[in-house]
Design a protein around this ligand. Structure first.
Ligand code: PAF
Length: 281
């Protein structure tokens, strides 16, 4: 894998392929795990040249968040990119030179719910950096994991609103054997916290099972999910059921609109999120 640190060099490396082959971008903040590996594998199926970007974007971290602690593991990340046959690892030193950014994007509406409530400005930082990365790489496709479903919907909105010529592809969440969604932040968990963290997925699965069994009232489904969390001593930041694409709240599942259950909870010092699709019978 070719490690490139500046956008001029990246442009030059991609020039020969542009127009003749498809370029895929897998944007990441590094600390790559099996979830990222699956994005690279999917990209391999859909494109000829794969760029994995690694940039811990300061703009999407709040003042009291884990920007300084966020794991930086470039050597391991490079090994994963090599194993998965990525072509270029784009590792810019700073995407906001000269005290930038002086221009930022702001997402109305969608960024004020769920994760946006406790992380004001977070999604503005995400779309600002993703837009910059898309402008630098100019890929045909960009791949994102479904674990960050709200991020995915917001990025789709940005791509639509700005008419960006890129196809957004989502890939299923990759889970540990006990269901815990893979995340770079799982590294913050102690052994006992790691066990407890699997309860988030269990609560979501119970909501999914309730929906499959025919319960349509979201209040009832959430009650069951909250029961599981409470028994494990977890007080979630939120547990909600929303329409999958608009993220509108739903009172009832109706079998025609697709719905998802979403959770965020703090386990020890880690803030973890997860979500699951709900199909009605
Ligand atoms: O999901 C992430 O890792 C980040 O939010 C992203 C999309 C790379 C933007 O910094």
């Amino acid at each position: 894998v070719n490690i490139i640190e500046n956008s001029t060099e990246l442009c030059a490396a991609l020039a020969p392929i542009r127009g003749s082959g498809r370029i895929a971008l897998v944007p990441t903040m590094g600390c790559l795990h099996e979830g990222h590996a699956s994005l690279i594998r999917e990209a391999r199926k859909l494109a000829d040249q794969i760029v994995v970007s690694i940039y811990v974007n300061p703009l999407q971290f709040g003042a009291n968040e884990d920007l300084d602690l966020y794991p930086r593991t470039l050597a391991e990340d490079k090994a994963i990119c090599e194993k998965e046959d990525a072509d270029i690892l784009f590792h810019p030193v700073n995407l906001y030179p000269m005290n930038g950014p002086h221009v930022t994007l702001k997402v109305e509406g969608l960024s004020g719910i769920m994760c946006g409530r406790s992380r004001p400005g977070h999604f503005d930082g995400v779309v600002t950096v993703v837009n910059i990365l898309l402008n630098i790489v100019q890929p045909d496709i960009a791949l994102f994991g479904e674990k960050d479903w709200q991020q995915l919907i917001i990025i789709r909105q940005m791509v639509n609103d700005l008419h960006l010529p890129v196809e957004v592809v989502n890939c299923e969440t990759v889970r540990e054997a006990d269901g815990l969604a893979m995340s770079s932040r799982n590294r913050y968990l102690s052994a006992s916290e790691r066990k407890k963290a699997a309860v988030l997925c269990r609560a979501l699965s119970s909501i999914q099972a309730g929906a499959r069994a025919g319960e349509a009232r979201t209040s009832q489904l959430l009650k069951a999910g909250n029961g599981i969390l409470t028994s494990a001593g977890i007080k979630p930041e939120y547990l909600e059921i929303r329409q999958a694409d608009t993220l509108n709240r739903l009172d009832r599942l109706n079998g025609t609109t697709s719905a998802r259950a979403f959770i965020a909870a703090r386990i020890g010092s880690a803030r973890l999120i997860d979500n699951i699709a709900l199909e009605t019978p």
